[in-house]
Design a protein around this ligand. Sequence first.
Ligand SMILES: Cc1cc2nc3c(=O)[nH]c(=O)nc-3n(C[C@H](O)[C@H](O)[C@H](O)COP(=O)(O)O)c2cc1C
Length: 341
Amino acid sequence: MNFFSPFYPLARAALFKLDPEIAHDLALHSLKNLEKAHLAGLLGQRVSAPREVFGLKFANAVGLAAGLDKNGEYIDAMAALGFGFIEVGTVTPRAQPGNPKPRMFRLTEDEALINRLGFNNGGLDAFLVNVQRAKYAGVLGLNIGKNFDTPIERAVDDYVICLRGVYPHASYVTVNISSPNTKGLRDLQAAAQLEKLLSTLKIEQLKLAKKYKKTVPLVLKIAPDLDLKSIKDIARLTLDNGFDGIIATNTTLARDTVRGHKHANEAGGLSGRPLFSPSTEVLREFAKQVKGHIPIIGVGGIMSGADAKLKINAGATLVQIYTGFIYKGPALIRECALALK
Ligand SMILES: Cc1cc2nc3c(=O)[nH]c(=O)nc-3n(C[C@H](O)[C@H](O)[C@H](O)COP(=O)(O)O)c2cc1C
């Protein structure tokens, strides 16, 4: 329990009266102002449970998942809440507005969200300015993607542009091919396309390692909507191409767990509690396939310390949270970090 824990339900009740995207922006701006006044630390409590993964030193095993801070504007504010690592993005080479609003929906009874934001972000140059401005010195993952209007045959170019830009500033780089809201993106998970993408990025990583005299791990973020054959193919290609890790998983297109909800038929990716089981099963299968050769970051539906522990039991080395953080507040970071201590 920390100073703010008893008040989060009140703050949440007020925020949940607003449109989800407005609430998101308001909460993050407020947090940033608190951080500037050196007060954000009151909202969370750091748990020190250090571990070394990818050759990096993590303060604890609980990270912020990508997408909450797409432009890297809130890194210091998030760090003050006690995350053991922070991932920001997805960034694309050029700025783009994303899909028309409304594009984010709360399924409150299910502790879930559906979003079809579509990589709304300010583009690589603005992202790099923000990232370099941050004072945070912990593990920082930078998550890269493609612009919506780059033809899928040229997707690799966008990832290379982003990798070159973020490389000197990242602790690790996440290659996101699993967001459901950019047309064709998930097709990059198909074996032939994936081989080209991963091998190109690996060659680029080797060149950049020479140039900057440091090796920045490359991590692949995958979808939960994969059959066994696809999981096997992706795991094999990830290992064969010398990628350093996997993040399992992004949001799901499936709706079976929320059928009947008034927002269930909104297009987009479902996250939060209903994603926990399917996402954990995919994580478990990836863990079976990679046999400990590379670490897996487990993300999808973690709402408690017990859930975080179940991700580790299924084969994850680290975890990330997004939707649980919205529903439970900063106390969830500490609860999970203590559960994994
Ligand atoms: C509103 C929203 C936006 C997201 N944007 C991104 C993104 O830009 N890039 C990405 O890799 N994942 C993104 N995600 C996926 C999350 O990082 C995470 O993989 C997913 O939500 C499952 O975790 P959760 O159930 O804890 O939310 C987004 C999720 C949400 C809810």
